[in-house]
Design a protein around this ligand. Structure first.
Ligand SMILES: CC(C)(COP(=O)(O)OP(=O)(O)OC[C@H]1O[C@@H](n2cnc3c(N)ncnc32)[C@H](O[C@H]2O[C@H](COP(=O)(O)OP(=O)(O)OP(=O)(O)O)[C@@H](O)[C@H]2O)[C@@H]1O)[C@@H](O)C(=O)NCCC(=O)NCCS
Ligand SMILES: Nc1ncnc2[nH]cnc12
Length: 291
C-alpha cells in the first residue's frame, strides 16, 4: 500500500521517500498480531492509543519526512548544518504528531529513526543497500545538535537507571537490530515460505530478542525486558509465527506483556525502519520516474 503516491511518476525523490516512510509506519501499525502493541485487533498494552490514531500520526509526519529529504538534498553532505536542520525538522514533526494525537507520543522513536534514514537515503540514492544507508544515518546521528533541548525523557531516565543503550545509540551504531537481526530474519522467513505478514512478525520478534527497549524498561522494568526478550526468542525457536508452535508462544507472549504493561514501542519503530530499508532494497516505489 502507498499512502500518497497516486501519480508516482510525477513525484520528486523527497516526496517518494516521505511516501515510503509513511507507508512503513502504516504497515507496522497494521501488522497483526503484534505482542502488546496496537494493531488491527486492538490497543495491546495501551489505554491512550488505537489504530486510527497510529494512522493519523503516521500521515501527519509526511511533511516532516519530505522536508528532511529536501534538507539532505540541499546540504548535499553529512555535517553539522544538515544534522541541525534535521533536529529542527524532527522537533517540528514531533509537534505535528502531538497536535494530531492530542499529546500522545505515538511515533517519537520512529521520527528519529526514519528521519535519519530518509535523509541518509536522499544524500546518496545510488548507494542504497541497507547497511550503506544505515551507516550514513549513523554518521548523522553521531553529530551533536547544539540546539537540541535536554529533557529528562523516559529514555534518559531508563538509561540512567539501568545503564542501557536507547534510541540514540541504536542509530549511532547504524541500527544493528535492523540490519543485523530484522532484515536477515525477514528474508529467512520469506525464503521459508512464511508469508509476508508472518515474515514481518518474525522480523519484529528478532528485534525483540535483544533490544533494550526503553519503552518496556520504563513501563515494566527489567522483568518486562526479560519477558520480551525470552518470549520473542521462544516464538522464533518454536518455528516462528507461521508455525503452530510459534503461534502458541506468540499468543502467550502477547498475554504476558499486556499483563506486565510492557509495550515494545521501540521495537515497533525499528520494525518500521526495517520495512523502509526493505522497500528501498527491493526498489519498490523509489526509482521509476524520479524527478
Ligand atoms: C534521540 C531521541 C530518540 C530521544 O531519545 P530519548 O531516549 O532521550 O527519548 P524518548 O522520549 O524516550 O524517546 C525514544 C523513543 O525511541 C523508541 N525506543 C525505545 N527504545 C529504543 C531502542 N532501544 N532503540 C530504538 N528506539 C527505541 C521509543 O519509541 C516508542 O515508544 C513510544 C512510547 O514511549 P513513551 O513516550 O515512553 O510512552 P509510554 O510508555 O506510552 O508513556 P506513557 O504515555 O505511559 O507516559 C512510542 O510511541 C514509540 O515511538 C522511545 O519513546 C530523539 O527523539 C531526539 O533527540 N529527537 C529530537 C529531534 C531530532 O534531533 N531529530 C533528528 C532527526 S530525525
Ligand atoms: N504499533 C504500535 N503500538 C504501540 N506503540 C507503538 N509505537 C510505534 N508503533 C506502535
Amino acid at each position: 500500500m502507498h499512502a500518497f503516491n497516486l501519480q508516482p511518476e510525477s513525484l520528486s525523490l523527497a516526496e517518494r521517500l516521505a511516501d515510503m516512510a509513511v507507508d512503513a509506519l502504516i504497515d507496522e501499525a497494521d501488522l497483526s498480531p503484534k505482542p502488546a502493541l496496537v494493531d488491527r485487533r486492538g490497543n495491546g498494552a495501551h489505554t491512550d492509543l488505537h489504530l486510527g490514531l497510529m494512522h493519523a500520526s503516521a500521515l501527519s509526519l509526511w511533511p516532516a519526512f519530505k522536508e528532511m529529504a529536501d534538507a539532505a538534498l540541499e546540504c548535499g553532505e553529512i555535517g553539522l548544518p544538515l544534522r541541525e536542520a534535521l533536529g529542527r525538522i524532527g522537533r517540528e514533526g514531533e509537534a505535528a504528531m502531538l497536535a494530531t494525537t492530542d499529546g500522545v507520543n505515538t511515533h517519537r522513536g520512529a521520527i528519529w529513526a526514519l528521519g535519519l534514514l530518509v535523509a541518509a537515503m536522499a544524500l546518496e540514492p545510488e548507494s542504497s543497500t541497507p547497511s550503506a544507508v544505515a551507516l550514513r544515518a549513523a554518521r548523522l546521528a553521531l553529530l551533536e545538535d547544539r540546539y537540541a533541548p535536554k529533557p529528562f525523557s523516559h529514555g534518559a531516565q531508563v538509561a540512567q537507571r539501568y545503564g542501557v543503550r536507547g534510541a540514540r545509540e541504536e542509530a549511532q551504531l547504524a541500527f544493528p537490530a535492523v540490519t543485523g537481526l530484522a532484515l536477515p530474519q525477514l528474508k529467512r522467513s520469506r525464503a521459508a515460505g512464511a508469508g509476508e505478514q508472518n515474515a514481518r512478525l518474525d522480523a519484529l520478534l528478532a528485534i525483540m530478542t535483544t533490544l533494550a527497549d526503553t519503552c518496556v524498561l520504563y513501563r515494566a522494568g527489567e522483568p518486562g525486558l526479560q519477558a520480551m526478550q525470552y518470549g520473542a526468542k521462544a516464538v522464533l525457536d518454536a518455528g516462528g509465527s507461521a508455525s503452530l508452535g510459534g503461534r502458541r508462544q506468540l499468543h502467550a507472549l502477547d498475554q504476558q506483556l499486556i499483563a506486565m504493561n510492557a509495550s515494545p514501542g521501540g521495537a515497533a519503530d525499528l520494525l518500521a525502519a526495517c520495512l523502509f530499508l526493505d522497500r528501498i532494497e527491493r526498489g519498490d516505489g523509489l526509482f521509476p520516474g524520479v524527478c
